[in-house]
Design a protein around this ligand. Structure first.
Ligand code: ZN
Ligand code: FE
Length: 256
């Protein structure tokens, strides 16, 4: 039996597109679809026909390709029930606890709202992969556009329940800027210092910093570390709730 094939490539500047392929079942899914032309091109190169689009949230840089790809391939579009009216071409609205079959694989739906209110993540536990859209980024997290800090922190906490070896695929390559900001929040974190250097080396070679792992993020991503006493001391929030510390870090990043 073949593994789940995962093919990631950059589109639109700093977005990542991902194609999933199950050779045995001959099915192919696109995680989000920010550009029909770029995704159709990559499908042709691979010789794959698109059977599914898994939409994480309604933003245009994740959905603008939906209708053209559906027209060309007749694929099924799975997306967040709470945003169904804003996801072009949606066929199957899903919410927390739903399961989506894809060849021999099964994706669990987690609701991870905050960046947008209905944002969802797709998790395949047996393959230890999670597609989290704009909720969690390598060394960062999405801007909180439609929720509040408490909601976003609950969503990140939910993702933190995933096993440490889970590979995290996110929607953007924002990592170098995230690393610079992270070092202002927790400069004494040696794992973060090391990682920031590795990220600069990867980007200098034009290589992606995505996927990351939950273990790496827990150790170095300040948005997942509101419990850190060093961070709390720096922000002068020793006695605040985790979500409040998270909210202060997010506010500082928004204004950075
Ligand atoms: Zn977005
Ligand atoms: Fe985005």
């Amino acid at each position: 039996m073949s593994k789940l094939e995962i093919h990631q490539f950059p589109i639109r500047g700093d977005n990542y597109a991902v194609l999933l392929h199950d050779e045995d079942a001959n099915v192919t899914a696109s995680i989000d679809a920010g550009s029909a032309a770029a995704i159709a091109d990559e499908l042709r190169k691979k010789g794959w026909s698109l059977t599914h689009i898994f939409t994480t949230h309604h933003h245009g840089d994740h959905t603008e390709g939906n209708e053209a790809l559906k027209q060309e391939f007749g694929c099924t579009i799975v997306g967040p029930r709470a945003e169904a009216a804003r996801v072009p071409g949606i066929d199957r609205p899903v919410s927390e606890g739903d399961e989506v079959s894809f060849g021999r694989f099964t994706f669990n739906i987690l609701e991870t709202g905050g960046h947008t209110a209905g944002h969802i993540s797709f998790v395949e536990p047996n393959e230890a992969v999670a597609f989290v859209g704009d909720t969690l980024f390598t060394l960062g997290c999405g801007r909180v556009f439609e929720g509040d800090a408490q909601t976003m922190w609950a969503s990140l906490s939910k993702l933190m329940q995933l096993p440490d070896d889970t590979k995290i695929y996110c929607g953007h390559e924002y990592t170098q800027a995230n690393a610079r900001f992270a070092l202002t929040i927790e400069p004494e974190n040696e794992a973060l210092q090391t990682r920031a250097k590795q990220i600069d080396e990867l980007r200098a070679r034009g290589e992606p910093t995505v996927p990351t792992t939950m273990a790496e993020e827990k150790a170095t991503n300040p948005f997942l570390r509101p419990h850190s006493s060093a961070i709390r001391a720096r922000l002068n929030l020793q006695d605040a709730a985790d979500w409040q510390v998270f909210g202060e870090i997010r506010a500082r990043k928004d204004n950075a």
